[in-house]
Ligand binder design. Sequence first.
Ligand code: PHE
Length: 517
Amino acid sequence: MSQELFPRGQWKSRVGFILAASGSAIGLGNIVFFSANAYRFGGGAFYLPYLLALFVFGIPVMILEFGLGNFTGRAFPESLHRVAGRKGEFVGWWANLNAGFITMYYITILSWVIGMFFGAFGALWRESLPVPAFGMAEGELSNPYAYFFHMLSTWKPILFVAIVWIFNILIVRRGAETIESATKVFVPLMWIFMVILIIRGVTLDNGVQGVYLLFTPNFSVMKDPAVWQGAFAQTFFSLSLGFGIMTAYASYLPKKSDLTTNSVITSLLDSGFAYIAGLAVFSILFAFAIVPQASTLGMMFFIIPQGIGEMPQNSVTTFGVVFFALLLLAGLTSSVSLVEALVSSMRDKFGWSRKKTIAVASVIGFTGSAIFALPQVVNPGLEDNGTLGLTLLDLVDHWSFSYGLLIIGFCECILVGWVLGADKIRIHLNENSKIKLGLWFDILIKYIIPLALLLVLGYSVWGEVQNGIYGTAYGENYNEKFSFLRFAPRIVVVYWLVICSVVAFVLARRGSFAKAE
Ligand code: PHE
């Protein structure tokens, strides 16, 4: 264990910090997952639960994560250690490991985005390639499906995974400093690309109809707990909460920062982006009467490209390229934050050099992302509207996303709210913030948020038990060649729960933290 002081780095400006934090928050979640969820839960029916989730949970937990990082000046595990000893540290590592899985598959998804980006220059709209993984000949499956599954059944995504990892390494190379420089270019560019897409979308014939659907509220669906669960999970994921990212990022801020206002600005930028992305997506799909009944990934790789493909001939390539470039930029600034959160936690603990930490994190991460990208790990049944359905990725996503984030959100509220005392964080936050938090903040953190998270989690577990914990449908759609995937659900649950817990336990039990500047 190195006893030398190691430099943790600092943001150069407040704007730089907000761009980086909003760059983390704005990602695939805003551009496609939000629209997919909004559609799934009945358009306008989604936005009230979503807005409520944003104000009652999202913003307060963001304030809490920022506060924690700035109060302690450390990333998640060490900051929770300072709050609650080794128990707290366990939660911090568990969050990091859970985030590690998400990093792996998030980067795999980005590798597919790279493939589609190249395709958008031409092939994606033209040829209908054969899909050897399904035994399908040329022309048997139409685009964009054929293009996508053709790509998935080659080794190309592994190459693209390497490219995404290299980008990540380059951007986190010097921590806050290089992240700030990259996000200063990427984030404004994302907004510009988004505006271009909206203008194209709403100027299509009938495009505006889609906008009505997004904004027409429907109160009757709100009795359905699934809507609420969807809104909560979406809020956490979209704001990058429950990963320790915001804590790591805020630990690079000077102590005298206005954290509350920064949290509010970051959250509003994030949800604002999701809404305007919704305008673009819904208008494009409605203009061509495409029903976006697909999983989130299906929306990104099939449904939206299908809409773009229907546009007037001279628009297709341009808007296809803009769409995938936008996804790539948004995804990169998000994945960078995931990698930085992990690197930051490891450096706090081990005091390793930045180079060494990045090397260790990226070798492990690359391996994981490559496993998700292995050719032919796809659902050959093409059920569920041709989505990837029951792949490993879907399964890991199910646990680390739908459960992991909410469990961590619950734990951090309990640790900060009860063990440290919500008032301590509130007092620290109020010292330098224009927006002053009242007692209501303590009440939210100590009672309301944990209780609501428990209810949502309880409801989800109940559903899980009713479907058979591993989901009865899993495995049935695979043909013989893939029948081993029957066991995937079990393996993934065990892996996610047991491995994360054991590793987090070991890390939290052992050693102390390195001293940082
Ligand atoms: N917030 C990102 C999105 O909306 C996803 C993400 C979550 C990225 C956590 C990094 C960390 O896509």
